[in-house]
Design a protein around this ligand. Structure first.
Ligand SMILES: [Zn+2]
Length: 106
């Protein structure tokens, strides 16, 4: 049994992982087609929409940097708040992967 995944913008099913962009918007992780994501950025409704995709290269890069930064307060006097924020970023990335990306074929 295969689970269908629908784009939040055009409501059509998303078929491939290449075509998927997950974005944190309106306090929820939402799947979009890459084309719909590009279009929605041009609209006015981007106030609550994070302009950064969770998946893809930039998302992976952000997650890796966040993972590394999360360790810094353990060895320095920098506030542990950085760790909390970084761990949240990494968890969001993993959540996106297991909730959406893993279910789609490459
Ligand atoms: Zn779409």
């Amino acid at each position: 049994m295969k689970e269908e995944m629908y784009c939040e913008s055009c409501l059509m099913p998303i078929k491939h992982r290449d075509d998927l962009v997950t974005v944190w918007a309106y306090f929820k992780l939402r799947p979009y087609h890459s084309a719909c994501y590009a279009n929605s950025l041009k609209g006015a409704a981007t106030f609550f929409v994070s302009n950064t995709p969770i998946n893809g290269f930039s998302g992976n890069f952000t997650a890796i940097v966040a993972f590394l930064l999360a360790w810094i307060p353990l060895f320095t006097n920098i506030t542990a708040g950085i760790s909390v924020v970084c761990v949240l970023i990494v968890l969001t990335r993993l959540y996106s992967y297991f909730t959406y990306e893993k279910k789609l074929p490459l």
